[in-house]
Write a protein that binds this ligand. Sequence first.
Ligand SMILES: Nc1ncnc2c1ncn2[C@@H]1O[C@H](COP(=O)(O)OP(=O)(O)O)[C@@H](O)[C@H]1O
Ligand SMILES: [Mg+2]
Length: 257
Amino acid sequence: MQSIESNNHQPLLSIRGGCKYFGGITALDNVDIDVYNHEILALLGDNGAGKSTLIKAVSGAHTLDEGDIFFDGKKVSINRPEDAYKLGIKTVYQDMALFGILDVTSNLFAGAEYTHWGFLQKKKMNQEAFGVLSNLKTTIKTLHQEVRSLSGGQQHAVAIARGVYIGYDPRLIIMDEPTAGLGVKQSREVLRLLKELKREFAIIFITHNLDYAFDTADRIAVLCGGRVVGKRLIQEANQTEIVKLMMGVEDKNNQKI
Ligand SMILES: Nc1ncnc2c1ncn2[C@@H]1O[C@H](COP(=O)(O)OP(=O)(O)O)[C@@H](O)[C@H]1O
Ligand SMILES: [Mg+2]
């Protein structure tokens, strides 16, 4: 049977034989994962399954104890966050940390302002901010309004845009539980943003919400006890089976774990 890896295009990111140990705990156990351009990979698993450890290994917060990471077909070393960042691996954190009284552009470029001879290049930043927010099809009307006057959904768009677009060119976007603690409307906006970002980049989306995973993902990988216990194309997945996998019920049909 054809395995899920045998798409005819090359993955943007691959992990092979990824292992991570914390003292006596095996947080990642021989993990093989592929992420493709223009796809959302939903990473599912119960608490403690290893999801955060896996994405920390990709984003440079942790180093794998064993295994290899390939990016764009080349073996890479990701030992610190800058290594990931330079490759275009952008992790968008849940903590928005926006500056309420500053305008949209100032928030987008906070800490990464364009300057020339010590002067802020406000026009250049506004142009870029406009382009970025247009890409994401947000409803933000003006860049000059204070972000505290934006809706919750719009504020998430600013925070996500900052995490994705500012700095090195993005290639792979990682979001760990971006809808946790959000209401339905705000969550819907985050899901919409994920789908917009997918048009340009590869996405890893960690969520506890199976409806959100099924709504957005192209593929699902399920972790349990640090092992990848199932991989499915979304059209071949069903929620009951995915829940069983998350709970550690063995997957007899999986051809390649
Ligand atoms: N820094 C750490 N030190 C010790 N154990 C850790 C650390 N980070 C994660 N773990 C352990 O590794 C396992 C996987 O955790 P984690 O990746 O956070 O799971 P998830 O994100 O799926 O909830 C858990 O048993 C957790 O307790
Ligand atoms: Mg986690």
